[in-house]
Design a binder for this molecule. Sequence first.
Ligand code: UTP
Length: 276
Amino acid sequence: MIKKCLFPVAGYGTRFLPATKSMPKEMLPIVNKPLVQYGVEESLEAGLNEIGFVTGRGKRAIADHFDVSYELEHQIAGTSKEEYLSSIRSVMARGSFSFTRQSEMRGLGDAILNGKRLIGDEPFGVVLSDDLCVSDGDTPGVLAQMVSLYRQFRCSIVAIQEVPEDQISKFGVIAGSQIKADLVQVSNMVEKPDPKDAPSNLAVIGRYILTPDIFDILEKTPPGKNGEIQLTDALLTQAQTGCVLAYKFKGRRFDCGSVEGFVEATNYVYHNIYKG
Ligand code: UTP
């Protein structure tokens, strides 16, 4: 089944400058954990233990976070402070971590294509860790929900949510035929449309299950919106030649790549998870 999950983390994070000038945005903390750790925990929960990062220049802190810090371990060994490391130790024990680099920021589609050698010829998950997803109570995480669906349908799946009209131009937007209340078979997909051209109010968020034929499609996908290789364009090709499903996930998503979303997520996690 699905074992691997790709984390494209090469972006510049310009919306968070100057905080992200020398620090990757994926290392910004929501309360006491960096964003990327939440994403990796969601992936492990879904059974995707082989984690691949597509990094870029200035992202070394991410690799260091998932490695042992000997000085720190030595310093706090046997003290009560060890408990602060328990969550990252558990992540490191359960996952394996590989890294590849995207040398030029040519878009999300290009970042995923750079992960081809880490993934090989098997279906895989993708997490954009600046989208923080949380689900309530006993509901599994968003990626785990999508893995269950993959078992049933065996095709690429994107997570979607309804967004207000004034937000639509920030997303990839889908349209298609409804299969179930929470499932749409995609027939159209547009990256960051003008609200007047948007095919619906169903926006794609940063969780995907992709079948490996996406790599061949990405290789043939020309630059699209903003001159970048767009995953949205490749997924539209896949939808037209095969099958792509869009899933209205259960849970909440925070856009932690924006200051407003980051503050909302911080408040939510502090009150509902950290204190909770
Ligand atoms: P964003 O659109 O959020 O871009 O990328 P960004 O550079 O990270 O942030 P802003 O908009 O400048 O503030 C969506 C995801 O795709 C990755 C980013 O790391 C992020 O997880 N990405 C994007 C790449 O890995 N490579 C790219 O060339 C572009």
